[in-house]
Design a protein around this ligand. Structure first.
Ligand code: DP6
Length: 347
């Protein structure tokens, strides 16, 4: 009987405040990105493995929420081929992979970051169990981040909790294009108990995948400008996070959200991922801020839903604002009351 075992990890979704949009080389980012790992939105992945000597594998079966999920299966197939090139021990294995999301598939929240990071965490453990190489925890997370990146770029940030930077950034030791690093040690207290209210404007399927969107950036005349903007915003927001400066943080975060959607709207062919409700909510948030002076801000991912970011000190007033003013714009009054999280956990 060959080697066999089971390992399971939970990894968070993350919300980027400086966006990864545009790639170079092998799944490397054109500019650095910075995100906050969430707490309530995560993927749990369990992988049972057993030796299967007769394949140049690994072979696998993938189930998502208890069912076969074809669109993700071919991505996982590609990812496992790449992973087996990085980690020889995976070649002669059969893997039974099951993933479950804490958030409904129809919530419009991208699950590729939490999915690929949890698969990558499991694969790194399996590799060290089979090969007998026990790596120290720091190195093993670096390896998991770099592996997760090959599945989905933003997944490399989900290997850590709190605030995470991906991409070589001047002045930040250890920053790299191949993997993410946590930056919590120099983040001000103002941002360490930070909330993300995810307002579900529409839960429909995305009109265009992120991978296709990144591809359209290749030929975009705005590519170079996006690179410069993203790079300088990354440096500026890290400084705001350090100083605890909410105003600077807000200005950069909102600029990044619009910059991302502007890239969608000027690509060829163009695409619009905001819904009318998205703009209505953004305007409401601006009005609320003007009236109250509360330093909350919004960001958008590649979809219509609005992420309303705010510090714990404003929680009571923000909750009442959501319930009185914003909830009517949410599909079936749905929103997710999330916050900064601690990162992956073994299960
Ligand atoms: C808009 O990581 O989903 O969410 O590497 O092709 O899988 P692939 O793309 P993906 O792109 C994420 C884009 C984004 C911004 C971000 O999270 O930084």
């Amino acid at each position: 009987m060959g080697k066999s075992g089971v390992t399971a990890w939970s990894c968070p979704a993350n919300i980027a405040v400086v966006k990864y949009w545009g790639k170079k080389g092998v799944q490397l980012p054109v500019n650095p990105s910075i995100s906050m790992s969430l707490s309530k939105c995560y993927t749990e992945t369990t992988i049972e493995y057993r030796e299967n000597k007769n394949t140049d594998g690994p072979t696998f079966i993938f189930q998502f929420d208890g069912m076969k999920y074809a669109p993700f299966e071919s991505r996982i197939n590609e990812f496992l081929k790449v992973a087996a090139r990085e980690m020889n021990a995976l070649k002669n294995l059969h893997l039974d992979i099951t993933s479950v999301n804490s958030f409904p598939h129809s919530s419009g929240i991208a699950s590729s970051a939490s999915s690929f990071s949890s698969i990558a965490m499991c694969l790194c453990i399996i590799n060290s169990e089979i090969s007998g190489n026990v790596e120290d925890a720091k190195y093993s997370l670096q390896r998991a981040s770099s592996l997760a990146r090959l599945g989905s770029g933003s997944a490399c940030r989900s290997v850590y909790g709190g605030w995470v930077l991906w991409g070589k950034t001047s002045g930040i030791t250890g920053s790299s294009d191949t993997r993410a690093i946590p930056v919590n040690e120099f983040v001000h207290n103002n941002f360490l108990d930070y909330y993300d209210a995810i307002l579900i404007i529409s839960s429909g399927e995305k009109k265009i995948s992120s991978s296709r969107g990144h591809m359209l950036m290749e030929t975009s005349p705005w590519k170079r400008i996006r690179e410069t903007t993203g790079r300088s915003n990354a440096i500026k927001i890290l400084d705001a996070l350090k100083r605890g400066n909410m105003t600077d943080f807000r200005v950069i975060t909102e600029h990044e959200a619009f910059n991302l959607h502007a890239m969608f709207m000027v690509s060829d062919p163009h695409f619009i991922l905001m819904d009318p409700g998205t703009l209505q909510v953004l305007k409401k948030i601006e009005e609320f801020r003007d009236e109250t002076g509360i330093e909350c801000c919004f960001t958008l991912d590649a979809g219509p839903n609005v992420h309303l970011l705010y510090p714990s000190s404003e929680r009571t007033r923000i909750l009442s604002f959501i319930n009185t003013e914003l909830i009517h714009y949410c599909e079936n009054k749905r929103w997710i009351d999330d916050k900064i999280g601690n990162g992956p956990e073994p299960i």
